[in-house]
Ligand binder design. Sequence first.
Ligand SMILES: Cc1cc2nc3c(=O)[nH]c(=O)nc-3n(C[C@H](O)[C@H](O)[C@H](O)COP(=O)(O)OP(=O)(O)OC[C@H]3O[C@@H](n4cnc5c(N)ncnc54)[C@H](O)[C@@H]3O)c2cc1C
Length: 457
Amino acid sequence: MNVSVVLFTSDLRLHDHPPLRAALDGSRTVVPLFVRDRAVDRAGFAAPNRLAFLADCLRDLDAGLRERGGRLVYRSGDLVDEVCKVVTETDADEVHMAGGVSAHAHRREERLRAALEGDGRRLHVHDEVVTALAPGAVTPASSDHFAVFTPYFRHWDRHHQRQVLGVPRVVRVPEDIGSERLPTRGELSGLSAGLATGGEREGRKLLTAWLRSGIHAYVDGHDDLAGDATSRLSPHLHFGTVSAVEVAHRARKAGGPGADAFVRQLAWRDFHHQVLAARPAASRKDLRTRNDLWRSPDAAAQEIEDWKEGRTGYPVVDAAMRQLRHEGWMHNRGRLLTASFLAKTLYVDWRVGAEHFLSLLVDGDIANNQLNWQWVAGTGTDSRPNRVLNPVVQGKRYDPEGAYVRRWVPELEGLGGAAVHEPWKLKGPERAAYDYPEPIVDLSEALARFKHARGRD
Ligand SMILES: Cc1cc2nc3c(=O)[nH]c(=O)nc-3n(C[C@H](O)[C@H](O)[C@H](O)COP(=O)(O)OP(=O)(O)OC[C@H]3O[C@@H](n4cnc5c(N)ncnc54)[C@H](O)[C@@H]3O)c2cc1C
């Protein structure tokens, strides 16, 4: 019997799935397998919001496979051990999986390859499953990766993208292969109340609706905090319930300036993946050190706590931090300005902020989270590493009517228009009517501290 194992990782879909298509070629029997990797849990990446979304994705994947005559096999433990067990139990001669970019993913792939080949079996690792373009597919003449986005995008945009693959009609799975029970979101605690639902069906619905009615307003609307006019596809791209190749392909087909701007954002995702693939240490270490002597977590403990809880006294910062806690997701403009507030205004190590984001973000991943944090902190790929976002200016520009702040900071509901961005300007009893903190830091003193730290004063 020709049996192939398809190991699903960050690609929890049936549409446009190169490993599954390759395994099905030659009418092979397939074992669709997902392993809850204990090493990922041990490393602290198993945040409740992502586990809940993952549970939705696995159930939906299982349902999709059942509609095609198959089912998902779910195991937990050491990924390499579990794959090898399944391979032995089914006498499979090959395993197909998507290539990963993190150091952990690379190590895991190598261990798996050695274990399988030692036993006379083969591992096929497929590119362009998780990203639209594989890391390393385009490189500058003198390096193994692009360190600046604009030239990367020029090459990315011109590079041939592979065809979108159809969904298989039938998936035959060996009958006697056992599976652990699939997890459910109901058995998890500590979830954000407004957490999105996962799964391929949900992702495809969202993508279709976005292409029909959202994408055309993206150029003007993507930075409007209250308008909430971005695709919200990030968790689906993170878990691979929609394919980056297919999203880029369908967006290009939709055409127009909105689609162009949206496709450019998708390229940012690939950009960060290719940086991390080439510089795996960037998940923890400064990509470009600025010799920062960050304030110690003890000295800044209260301010860090205020930032996490959304009570810094800067309304737009607090609104965004509360959105993160409530939804497990935050608008990109919010991510930029809250990260700048922590790393530059409070001058706290970007790793403290990245860790907090990862504990809540449903789309939280090492490539995009760590490298965006580094970008904002000025230790990454930003060509203007010392720019500081002023939260009042940001609030007035990207939430001009104050509607975003009033949505997330109900204590300030009574303050109309843009006045909501500066409650400290109110005097006496008028100010006292609002149960909202005073700013925890003076912006000009903070700017001077940062400039001094970076040798710019
Ligand atoms: C400090 C900080 C941390 C971040 N952490 C993450 C993270 O952990 N995971 C994550 O997916 N994104 C992260 N981002 C990037 C970005 O904020 C989100 O991808 C975006 O807000 C998701 O919303 P959306 O799907 O509606 O985006 P849209 O505006 O609709 O964009 C479409 C897609 O393009 C990609 N994209 C857009 N902007 C970026 C960007 N700057 N970098 C990389 N990809 C991008 C995403 O996959 C997104 O889904 C972070 C940004 C910052 C500043």
